[in-house]
Write a protein that binds this ligand. Structure first.
Ligand code: SF4
Length: 332
């Protein structure tokens, strides 16, 4: 029987790693590098074994080089033929090259950023790379694999219905059997989770001390207003980087523009955008991507995050809603 623990640098996965040490089972630990984490998270993951005496965490990373090459071929064959303006075609081909940053390359390939309704980031950046590089090779040996996940029943109604041990049937082409094991399921409080890690000399990721409720991408596309304002305060370079990414992804987009956050976060901005579309009689093609980013991009969202103006979606709810990442125990 082989054990593997998914680690994110957050409290729940860290406690899960510590529980595996306490059980005395040999295990591998794995983390998925999204390319969009805070340096403190990389540090927390990289030093976990030094503090606890457990195994070093192995990093895996998605690679989109082949899919970006395929997208280039698709654009060359189809875009102009389907009426996409030549300047957009040339711009997309100029920017569509892998950068080696998984998050950015995923968005270049898709021509957009993920959103709550199209949350392809969890699968592409975390689930799939861990599966390809770790779980599948383990199952290919014919062994039973136990995947430890740090989810707690107290976190949501959905998780209350999860069993502690669950057989997954997603790899029927391989001889091994895969089970998910949730050792924290009955751990009720966040304090207990931190206490498990402290028994092993592991202090909480500093991001919690700064006010973040979850450790994952920094920022996550589902972050709260408060968390976005926090990112700007403690790591302003990240906002600069996201703005740069918005420029690159906009160039790879058939629409000609792409923002890191969905506009539905702020009704005022959404109304402003819809007015442009109504005036244009179609999606806002006459907005240049530089204008779009200035008016609706991450920096404008940061300004909104510093106000008490309401948002329709996440600002009041985010602690209660699950992102796909925390449903998988891949942030926490
Ligand atoms: S932490 Fe957020 S942005 Fe990052 S992969 Fe998960 S859902 Fe997507």
């Amino acid at each position: 029987m082989l054990h593997v623990v998914s680690v994110s640098g957050g409290k729940d996965s860290t406690a899960t790693y510590c529980r595996a040490i306490e059980r005395g089972v040999p295990f591998r630990a794995v983390a998925a590098d999204t390319g969009n984490e805070h340096p403190a998270t990389y540090e927390a993951v990289n030093r976990l074994h030094e503090k606890t005496g457990g195994p070093p965490v192995e990093w895996v990373k998605a690679n989109f080089a082949d899919r970006i090459a395929g997208k280039r071929r698709f654009i060359e064959r189809n875009w102009a033929a389907h009426g996409v303006p030549e300047d957009l075609v040339a711009r997309a081909l100029a920017v569509l090259h892998p950068t080696g940053n998984p998050f950015l390359d995923l968005c270049l390939w898709k021509g957009r950023f993920p959103s709550r309704k199209a949350q392809f980031c969890t699968f592409e950046l975390k689930v799939q790379p861990i599966d390809r590089h770790v779980t599948r090779p383990m199952l290919a040996t014919g062994e039973t694999v136990i995947s430890w996940q740090g989810v707690r029943a107290a976190e949501s109604i959905v998780r209350r219905g999860l069993p502690p041990l669950q057989r997954l049937n997603a790899h029927e082409d391989l001889p091994g059997r895969l089970f998910v094991y949730r050792p924290l399921l009955r751990v009720a409080s966040v304090e207990e989770v931190f206490a498990i890690a402290r028994r092993h000399g592991v202090e909480p990721n500093p991001l919690y001390g700064w006010g973040l409720s979850r450790v994952g991408c920094f920022p996550c596309i589902n972050c709260t207003k408060g968390e976005l304002a926090l990112v700007d305060r403690v790591f302003p370079e990240q906002i600069d980087r996201l703005e740069e990414w918005e420029g690159l992804v906009s160039e790879a987009s058939k629409r000609g523009y792409a923002g890191f956050f969905a506009l539905v976060n702020d009704p005022v901005m959404l109304a402003e955008f819809n007015m442009i579309s109504v005036e244009a009689g179609q999606p806002a093609h006459h907005v240049s991507h530089t204008d779009f980013i200035k008016r609706f991009g991450v920096r404008r969202m940061v300004e909104w995050a510093k106000t008490d103006r309401g948002g329709r979606q996440y600002s009041l709810l985010a602690r209660d809603i699950g992102t796909a990442c925390n449903e998988w125990g891949l942030c926490g």
